[in-house]
Design a protein around this ligand. Sequence first.
Ligand code: NAP
Length: 286
Amino acid sequence: MLASLSFCMTSKSSSFINQYGPWALIAGSSEGLGAAFAEELASKGLNLVLIARRENLLQKISENLQTKYGVEVIVLPLDLSSPDMFETIKAETKDLDIGLVVFNAGLGPIGLFTTHSIETHLKVINLNCVGPMSLTHHFCSEMKEKGKGGIILMSSMAGLQGSPIHAHYGATRAYTRHLAESLWYEMKKYNVHVTACVAGATETPNYLLSEPRDKGLIKPKPTKPEKVVKTAVRGLVRNKHRVIPGFANKLSVTFLLNLLSSKARVKLMGFIAMKMYGEDKMHINK
Ligand SMILES: NC(=O)c1ccc[n+]([C@@H]2O[C@H](COP(=O)([O-])OP(=O)(O)OC[C@H]3O[C@@H](n4cnc5c(N)ncnc54)[C@H](OP(=O)(O)O)[C@@H]3O)[C@@H](O)[C@H]2O)c1
């Protein structure tokens, strides 16, 4: 019985490595959701390329995962919103067989659209749209040739309709969701899985830093990063076009999409955001 269970687990992990290995690249992996992706993928036997700006955090994660799971880890400290990031990543990974890419990093200024500078908005586009688009284009083309692989693009419930107070962020999360869902269809005949992870509030350092006000039922109960990541990876393995982690999130999306008009949905999102952050709060995450 024990022997057959362990055989079953081994064959599951080797089929995971065959489809998505031997290397995975995680863009934005020094903490929170990105670090949880690193742990989950290392536990499944993938070697990792970890990218973020804070090298010290990446090094700590790298040492921990190498010791714990015996995988190889390469740390690549860089700013994913910088103009040379694509060429740098291409050059640094040219000899690696990358079978899985997770684009996790995101920037989400909170506050009225006009209170943030045009420089901030351009940075948001570079990180949230140009980043996932360029890495997906490059690695998806390679995966298509190999006839296997996977891509996970992070999106958000803020991207399901207009989202006042997170206006530009919501627009970029609609972008990644549309891109992933379309590529899911285009790529499935090449055995390349593409999944959009439409997360709700998640207990990451960035979310906690935004200090949402507690308004009872209005404040969403954040999901643990590990749960979001497990749902995303399970969805990828099942080749789902998108996943919505967390039962309450799934329920509220069903309610929002099926019972309310698009105008009412925007009004509701605006109302909730105002309660959580207030008109006066012009916070920007890192
Ligand atoms: N948290 C939530 O409530 C929530 C809800 C819905 C969707 N999401 C989505 O989930 C993703 C992650 O969200 P999060 O910020 O809360 O999670 P996180 O995974 O805790 O942190 C973001 C990661 O990205 C890295 N990063 C940020 N800007 C970067 C840049 N310019 N260059 C390189 N790396 C960068 C950060 O590291 P460094 O600072 O070291 O660079 C960090 O490792 C985003 O795409 C977001 O849209 C989050």
